[in-house]
Design a protein around this ligand. Structure first.
Ligand code: IPE
Ligand code: IPE
Ligand code: MG
Length: 255
């Protein structure tokens, strides 16, 4: 199958599949700098990569795809860049929502909406309502998302229940906290990919990623292709996930 961009989509990856793939889409600014273009041009090209990867994810058999689009720390950037990024979320929803819906994509936005412009919140609400019944690919966009804020907000909700007398402190388990996160009901990411060669989480899925496999790609996000995604999934398939136990051959690591 060929995309409108001319890029080939890979066939489904045989073998053990990650149900949930999450991507820290990094490197738009460097992509632009390499071409002596403004950072905004890198972000625009980054949206093109989002469109291609979302389409490819369904074809590769991924059930849940989460894309980190704007962190709670990205407000530290110049106001013009923040505005560009907000504008691109608007553009993405406006331009792609109907097609995503047609293709059975369920869209959900995670992160703090309180400080987003009212029109963006309305667009997010519309996208979520329109696609709520779709189940071919579950797409989470992490926007104004920060793992520490997400956990703090979950703890606030737990504290309120304790205060109201509806929850006993002794009954609080990891599942209680997980149930109050933005990702409640979504399986933890099996695979977290970060592009652009940076090797950190930058406050992404710090709770949910406790046992995620991490794959770092040197590709800058606008250059990340379905083939790069496929390679990351193949790397995932070579990993041995033990969750603190032993693997099938009784080993606790590579020997
Ligand atoms: C990722 O690209 C997009 C966002 C963080 C919003 P960057 O803008 O971080 O690009 P670099 O890291 O400066 O190259
Ligand atoms: C992480 O990238 C956030 C997103 C990809 C949305 P950053 O570029 O903001 O992260 P740092 O500053 O390099 O850690
Ligand atoms: Mg960056």
């Amino acid at each position: 199958m060929t995309l409108t961009s001319g890029q080939k989509i890979s066939e489904p990856v045989p073998g053990k599949m990650p149900r949930h793939v999450a991507i820290i889409m990094d490197g738009n600014g460097r992509w632009a700098a390499k071409r002596h273009l403004p950072r905004a041009a890198g972000h625009r090209q980054g949206v093109e990569a989002v469109r291609v990867i979302v389409r490819a994810a369904g074809d590769l058999g991924i059930e849940y795809l989460t894309l980190y689009g704007f962190s709670s720390e990205n407000w530290k950037r110049p106001v013009e860049e923040v505005n560009d990024l907000m504008g691109l979320l608007r553009l993405f929803i406006r331009r792609d929502l109907a097609e995503l819906h047609q293709n059975g994509v369920h869209v959900r936005v995670i992160g703090d909406r309180d400080h987003l412009d009212a029109d963006i919140v309305a667009m997010i609400d519309e996208a979520e309502a329109l696609t709520a019944q779709n189940d071919r690919l579950k797409l989470q966009i992490a926007f104004n998302y920060g793992g520490q804020n997400e956990i703090a907000s979950a703890v606030r909700r737990v504290a309120r229940e304790v205060k109201a007398g509806t929850l006993e402190p002794s009954a609080i388990t990891p599942d209680t906290i997980a149930g109050f996160l933005d990702t409640a009901g979504i399986p933890d990411p099996d695979l977290i990919i970060r592009t652009s060669g940076e090797k950190r989480l930058s406050n992404f899925m710090i709770w949910q990623g406790a046992y995620s496999e991490l794959v770092f790609s040197d590709a800058l996000w606008p250059d990340f292709t379905p083939e790069c995604l496929r390679e990351a999934m193949e790397e995932y398939q070579r990993r041995s996930r033990r969750f603190g136990g032993l693997d099938a051959s009784g080993q606790s690591g590579k020997v």
